[in-house]
Design a protein around this ligand. Structure first.
Ligand SMILES: [Zn+2]
Length: 141
């Protein structure tokens, strides 16, 4: 049996975890196994219970919310590779222009992530306003 709080609304959940493992498509959580998927009965969000493959520690995520971070992480890595390639350019003018462009792309991308996550938090607060205190802290990665 696992006891945990919903990362969104802090409702306490008690769940049984058996031998089943679900397909894990999170790039940033490849050290974990997804042991359980459930829907929080209070805030209606989809939650996942993950267990670290070596340390055995449990991690609870709000699927949609974490997915935004995970997608963003992969995109940010691609932008980082692009940036490294630009830094090796020989022509300084060309380098500066390309660098400004990729840095802007990185900022825009980060803003987009913040907006998407904040929309989800706002939606969750509407559904369960009494549990919204500390939500941002609980969800910070
Ligand atoms: Zn919840």
């Amino acid at each position: 049996m696992k006891f945990f709080k919903c990362p969104c609304c802090s409702k306490l959940h008690i769940t049984r975890v058996n031998g089943i493992a679900f397909e894990n498509t999170f790039a940033t959580l490849q050290d974990y196994t997804i042991k359980k998927k459930l829907k929080c009965s209070k805030c209606q969000n989809n939650l996942m219970v993950l267990v670290h493959n070596k340390k055995g520690e449990t991690k609870i995520i709000w699927d949609e919310y974490y997915r935004i971070y995970d997608d963003a992480f992969q995109k940010q890595e691609q932008l980082q590779i692009k940036k490294d390639q630009i830094l090796s350019l020989e022509d300084n003018n060309e380098k500066e222009e390309a660098l400004n462009k990729v840095l802007k792309e990185m900022r825009d991308h980060q803003n987009e992530v913040n907006v998407k996550q904040s929309k989800l938090r706002i939606k969750a607060r509407v559904i369960s306003p009494d549990a919204s205190a500390g939500m941002t802290d609980r969800l910070s990665i």
